[in-house]
Design a binder for this molecule. Structure first.
Ligand code: NIG
Ligand code: FE
Length: 402
């Protein structure tokens, strides 16, 4: 994670029709004779050119607001107290059930473009604020519409196993059956790429997650997990044994979990913005994890309750300040490792010929400065699949040619 493959005098050539990178390397090796006469030059002298950020964990599709909880936590209430008192995820569920598909789509597009403005070029988006068949499907259809109509890749995750909705508290088994049926249905409809389970005293037990995991395997959906978020529940080691694609949060992971993740294939996706925003005062032990050999990714966890955070550079600042990560580790975790967490490392996450041309130009002379300018808008240009979405610091309409 500390080797970036930096090229000091570099060039990237893009086929803007195919939307792919055709060359990435030293400017001296640029095959100039193969470039079309119409080829346009984007001067990035003295700036950092890098792969766009991959935000591999978001809850992008939701309705309503939880601004009240933000201020309640600031006065001392905890995330768990608010959730147990009828706020939290359930409050967003009520608003999301009431919203139309078009309303959900319109608000999610707005958030997606906020992410683009901050240099993110590919995202994952979970359902999980429906917790009933129709609303879960509505949110997953919104994910697919986003994928179709937006320049960047949008991966869709079924997370009906976010929490047990109040109408099922006395009938957890019946809710697990609903999740099972939905797992089959979303696969038949082709509206999900992955599925996710929140394993936590507030949500699902490991035994329940095991049932859901085997249903997902049967349906052909790779597993993602919200695990060991507030304490060491032993979920990380279990997730590795389940061959989860990624295991996320992990603020409470213990030594056993770290050893299992270092030996396994699952990507550890750390979400320091959640810990910051929800004021839990705990951060994942990233330093110990990376030193032990765990593959670590970073993501925003964008959601209305625990992390209304849109900026990967800000997440990187938190990763440095609160988790002791280096500049190189932050970049690796926000690009190629995050692409692995989406099973998409062959397509995105690095500047290599043949990959999608998802490229950003950052207005700093050295990559070390990205996390250092906390909260600044440093993204000068963002190119997604070979087309500008941001140019000279301003957002441009979709499909504007390079
Ligand atoms: O990733 N941990 C559970 N789910 C979300 C929180 C969602 C919410 O509070 O609305 C998370 O932090
Ligand atoms: Fe989450």
């Amino acid at each position: 994670m500390s080797k970036l493959g930096l090229i000091e005098q570099g060039a990237v050539a893009i086929d803007s029709v195919q939307g792919t990178i055709v060359f990435a390397g030293p400017v001296s090796a640029l095959p100039r004779d193969q470039l079309a006469p119409s080829c346009r030059l984007v001067d990035a002298s003295g700036k950092v050119v890098m792969p766009g950020f991959v935000d591999s964990h978001t809850h992008l599709v939701f309705a309503g607001t939880r601004a009240d909880e933000f201020y309640r936590r600031a006065r001392g209430e905890t995330y768990q107290e608010i959730a147990r008192g009828g706020g939290g995820i359930i409050k967003t569920v009520q608003a999301t059930r009431q919203a139309t598909e078009d309303e959900l789509y319109a608000s999610a597009v707005g958030r997606l473009w906020q992410l683009y403005s901050n240099g993110t070029t590919a995202v994952e988006s979970k359902s999980g604020y429906g917790l009933e068949r129709d609303t879960e499907l509505k949110c997953l259809r919104v994910n697919r519409r986003l994928a179709q109509d937006s320049p960047g890749l949008v991966f869709s995750t079924l997370m009906a196993a976010h929490v047990v909705p109040p109408e099922y508290t006395e009938r957890r088994g019946a809710y697990l059956e609903l999740v099972r049926d939905l797992t089959g249905e979303v696969t038949a409809l082709g509206v999900a790429d992955f599925h996710d389970v929140f394993v936590d005293p507030l949500a699902f037990t490991v035994d329940e997650a095991a049932q859901i995991s085997s249903q997902g395997r049967w349906a052909g959906l790779r597993l993602k997990l919200h695990a060991d978020e507030f304490g060491d529940d032993g979920t990380a080691a279990w997730g590795v044994a389940e061959n989860a694609l990624s295991i996320d949060h992990l603020a409470g992971i213990g030594d056993g979990g770290i050893a299992a993740m270092a030996a396994g294939e699952s990507v550890a996706t750390l979400l320091p913005a959640t810990m910051f925003f929800s004021r839990t005062g705990m951060f994942a032990p990233a330093r110990r994890m990376i030193d032990a050999g765990c593959p670590v990714a970073l993501a925003t966890d964008l959601n209305p309750g625990s992390s209304l955070v849109y900026s990967m550079p800000f997440v990187m600042s938190l990763a440095v300040l609160h988790m002791g990560m280096s500049a190189e580790e932050c970049i690796c975790a926000s690009t190629i490792n995050a692409a692995y967490a989406l099973d998409a490392a062959g397509q995105i996450g690095s500047l290599e010929a043949g990959k999608r041309a998802d490229v950003i130009v950052v207005d700093v002379p050295d990559y070390e400065e990205i996390a250092y300018h906390v909260g600044a808008d440093l993204i000068r240009d963002s190119i997604i699949a070979g087309k500008f979405v941001k140019r000279d610091g301003r957002m441009v309409p979709a499909n504007s040619n390079i």
